[in-house]
Design a protein around this ligand. Structure first.
Ligand code: FAD
Length: 497
């Protein structure tokens, strides 16, 4: 509560925050977690906690009055609709050159993501985190993260028969005919539940168009894994609808953390302060970077070094669709959880997930989210005129990612005699080049922090989320964020407590 003193405070309840809270609590430390979003535990009048991607309502978006869907058009027509302003689960946060999608609520990005739980190839790890011992990561911390996240593989025999993965089988066929390596990817979805959804013996979520505005049943979000274990220790308290605005050195030691309590239309209803001996920044790449850049620039934490705010990347995200022939339907029932990818990283710099388009009708479309090896990096900076943090990303930089993604899809199109869809992201627009789901960097490890996430300049301040990773993970990022957090918190508990 207001005025309290706590040994450890964690800002944010996504992957990094959940790992920190669990391991600190298991080591005997009481932990206060502060989360700006809601606790998603109560069904609405429709009996569901979350809306479908096909019918967003107020629960879908963080404080917007109109939806902002990544697939914004259909047959060229805009599909976004008016919604009531509410502290919804998905934030489409707009910077000058890019919209950054992020989860809001207890569980962070695990509430809204596709559950693709991919460990990068070890041969590529040194390009991701050059200062981190790869052998240790692959022997200890990736296995620990995968186990605690409940990562599992699809049953390959069932995959061949399930109508909800016809789109993925079409994706495999096209990749194979063009000579590209195709691979299953593990997920955090409960695969037995998925089978039961296909058999229609349980309430559907992945097979009922639930994903980026939340999933009611089968996905093992952090609420079911790390956060459940953390709460079970009895040493962790979580405050939803509280947004941290400042972390300042306290006169008697430790840090004074200031936070605003919000109501569900985003109005500040109270301001509170807590004093914490240790503060863990786990507000996500954007949330942590924005806080640190503001605090350094406004003189609250002037001793942070010049690396703060730098090294930000979009994981090379770019989306496209292909128009298949009428004899190649992708299916009207599509699981929202992707289970496969095309790996052309070494040859062309692109790893493409075969994504669903869960409209409920046959679209003859194949949709792909590519992760590409772009070297573009942006910087966060404080804008005194607007009193906000800007990001220097430019939309034109996505051309590098498009060029890499085209190494896959130009070839498939020419082999199949097909074309790109031009109706999904605006009229006559082939590439969705205006967004990322995978913000990374802004407080890079071994630069803004030491090699374990301790912020330079301030004892007791730590970064433990995606902002530690310099812009790219070669695959979907949350397993790497989790594994790195496991590595760092083990060291911090052993040496700093
Ligand atoms: P987050 O998970 O973003 O957690 C940060 C938390 O801090 C949030 O809950 C936020 O509300 C809170 N917060 C922020 N600022 C403050 C503040 N000032 N005060 C209090 N709280 C604050 N990754 C994959 O690996 N596989 C996928 O399939 C995948 N699909 C995705 C699909 C979508 C639609 C999106 C948006 C993301 C997807 N991702 C996926 C990305 C993945 O979810 C993120 O990389 C991951 O969640 C980042 O973890 P984190 O711990 O850095 O931060």
């Amino acid at each position: 509560g207001d005025g309290a003193t706590v040994p450890a405070l964690v800002i944010g309840t996504g992957y990094g925050g959940a790992v920190a809270a669990l391991r600190l609590a298991q080591a005997g430390t009481n932990v206060e977690m502060v989360e700006m979003g809601m606790s998603w535990d109560t069904p609405g009048s429709d009996g569901k906690i979350f809306p479908k991607v096909t019918s967003p309502d107020q629960r879908a978006y963080w404080l917007r009055t109109k939806s902002k869907a990544p697939v914004s058009n259909f047959f060229g027509f805009p599909i976004d609709s008016s919604i009531a302003k509410y502290t919804g689960v998905l934030d489409a946060e707009e910077f000058a050159g890019i919209t950054v999608y992020q989860g809001r609520g207890i569980g962070g990005g695990s509430l809204v993501n596709g559950g693709m739980a991919v460990t990068p190839k070890q041969s590529r790890f040194s390009s991701i985190l050059p200062s981190v011992d790869a052998a240790e990561m692959y022997s200890t911390y990736y296995p620990r993260a995968n186990a605690a996240l409940g990562v599992g593989n699809i049953d390959p025999a069932w995959f061949e028969t399930a109508s909800c993965y016809q789109y993925a089988r079409v994706g495999r066929k096209h990749a194979a005919r063009s000579g590209f390596p195709w691979t299953f990817v593990p997920t955090t979805y409960d695969w037995d539940y998925m089978k039961a959804e296909q058999a229609n013996t349980v309430p559907r979520s992945a097979l009922d168009a639930q994903v980026m505005y939340g999933n009611d049943y089968g996905k093992k979000s952090l609420v079911k894994t790390y956060l459940a274990s953390a709460l079970a220790t009895g040493r962790v308290n979580v405050s939803p609808l509280h947004r941290v605005t400042s972390v300042a050195p306290a006169p008697a030691g430790g840090y004074t953390v200031t936070m605003e309590q919000l109501n569900t239309v985003g109005t500040v209803v109270a301001t509170k302060t807590v004093t914490a001996a240790k503060v863990f920044f786990a507000a996500g790449s954007v949330g942590t970077s924005k806080l640190l850049v503001k605090l350094k620039s406004t003189g609250v934490l002037p001793g942070l070094n010049g690396e703060v705010g730098k090294g930000w990347g979009d994981n090379g995200n770019v989306m496209c669709g292909r128009a298949n022939h009428m004899w190649d339907p992708t299916g009207k029932l599509q699981s929202t959880i992707p289970c496969s990818g095309i790996d052309n990283w070494d040859a062309g710099g692109a790893f493409a997930e075969v994504a669903p388009l869960p409209t409920g009708i046959e679209t003859y479309a194949s949709l792909y989210l590519s992760i590409t090896n772009t070297t573009r990096r942006a910087e966060f900076s404080w804008n005194p005129a607007t009193q906000k943090v800007d990001l220097s990303w430019q939309t034109a930089w996505k051309q590098d990612s498009i060029t890499m993604a085209k190494t896959i899809f130009d070839k498939i199109n020419s082999k199949e005699g097909t074309i790109y869809r031009t109706d999904l992201f605006g009229a006559y627009k082939v590439w969705q080049d205006g967004l990322t789901y995978h913000p990374l960097g802004g407080a890079v490890i071994n630069k803004a922090t030491d090699n374990y996430g301790r912020l330079h300049g301030y004892q007791g301040l730590y970064v433990i989320d995606g902002s530690l990773i310099p812009g790219n993970t070669t695959v979907n990022p949350f397993v790497t964020i989790t594994a790195l957090a496991e590595r760092n918190i083990e060291k911090i508990i052993a040496t700093d407590l």
